[in-house]
Write a new protein. Structure first.
Length: 317
């Protein structure tokens, strides 16, 4: 790797064959850290010179990953979810008839349709990105949600409020698919005024679309919620393990909980596990705030679990 001489800028630094050597140990093995602008000795770690200016090419995008070795210096990176019209032309309304005719022809063209669809997708992607950031979701969930929404638009393009609802449903589905489940209330809390009823309806509509057959969403396990809620409540691992086992036993025995959802059973199981370990202050209100399950629902399910506490905790211990 070529390194320009620092002789003029650092007279106290000895040089060898026009290359910088470390003034501390004399080693010629100097590492050029262009991101920080430093010349660092690999032997002793001394920063020989700072404020370096990189003379390397300033590549913006790397098309080599997609099979094309040409490195483009301009434009945006390719978006796999759009129709390849990242750069498009929009003709504004003019004062002359010829300009208006040209604008009409352009609007009726295929490229205009692609640009319009891409604009719609980008707007939906921005909403998905915004919700994901607020919930601190990993990138794999974001990319999956974008792919799901793109598949929705291939069947039908949601308009207006429907776009918000399906974007939210795509994110909720992505969380389920990538094993990072979030409750509908949690997703709705970061959405643009989408209620759980609307999200539930959009989610059911999404599952009826042809591509949804390949999603193969697994049944949500109580452990997926319990571990996260226990962490937010700052409880021990022992409480988490006991709550998971209580929930598994309760859901596998039809006579313990009468048609309660895994979400409700998970919240009530945490309350019972905390009580067994003698932890005070973990009220149904606190668990309700963390889980999104109504306090009265937790109370009812807790009463059902508590009736069989000896059986459940005995088997879970």
């Amino acid at each position: 790797m070529h390194f320009r001489s620092l002789k003029d800028n650092a007279p106290s630094t000895p040089t060898y064959r026009n290359k910088v050597v470390c003034k501390s140990c004399g080693s010629p093995d100097i590492f050029e850290d262009w991101e920080r602008g430093d010349a660092v000795c690999r032997s002793c770690g001394l920063v020989s010179q700072g404020g370096l200016i990189s003379t390397q090419a300033e590549w913006r995008t790397f098309e080599g990953d997609s099979g094309n070795k040409d490195k483009s210096r301009v434009g945006f990176s390719k978006n796999p979810f759009t129709s390849g019209a990242e750069l498009s032309t929009v003709i504004a309304r003019g004062q002359t008839s010829s300009t208006n005719r040209l604008r009409k022809i352009h609007l009726n063209s295929e490229s205009a349709d692609k640009a319009k669809k891409n604009k719609h997708l980008q707007e939906a992607f921005d909403k998905i990105q915004h919700m994901s950031i607020r919930m601190a979701l990993p990138n794999k969930v974001i990319e999956r949600a974008k792919a799901i929404y793109t598949s929705i638009t291939q069947v039908k393009i949601p308009r207006g409020k429907k776009m918000n609802e399906f974007a939210t449903a795509a994110l909720y589905t992505s969380c389920r698919k990538e094993s990072v489940p979030r409750t509908m209330k949690e997703v709705c809390a970061v959405s643009n005024n989408i209620t759980t009823a609307k999200l539930s309806k959009s989610f059911k509509e999404l599952l009826k679309l042809p591509f949804a057959r390949d999603l193969q969403l697994a049944t949500i396990k109580p452990s997926s919620y319990i571990r996260r809620w226990v962490s937010l409540l700052r409880l021990s691992t022992a409480v988490s393990k006991l709550a998971e086992r209580i929930a598994d036993i309760a859901l596998n025995k039809s006579n313990i909980v009468d048609g309660k959802s895994p979400l409700t059973v998970s919240a009530a199981a945490i309350a019972l596990a905390a009580q067994h370990h003698g932890i005070e202050g973990i009220t149904h209100i606190k668990i309700s705030e963390i889980s999104g399950v109504a306090q009265t629902t937790i109370k009812q399910c807790f009463a059902q679990l508590n009736k069989h506490a000896d059986l459940q905790i005995g088997r879970a211990s």
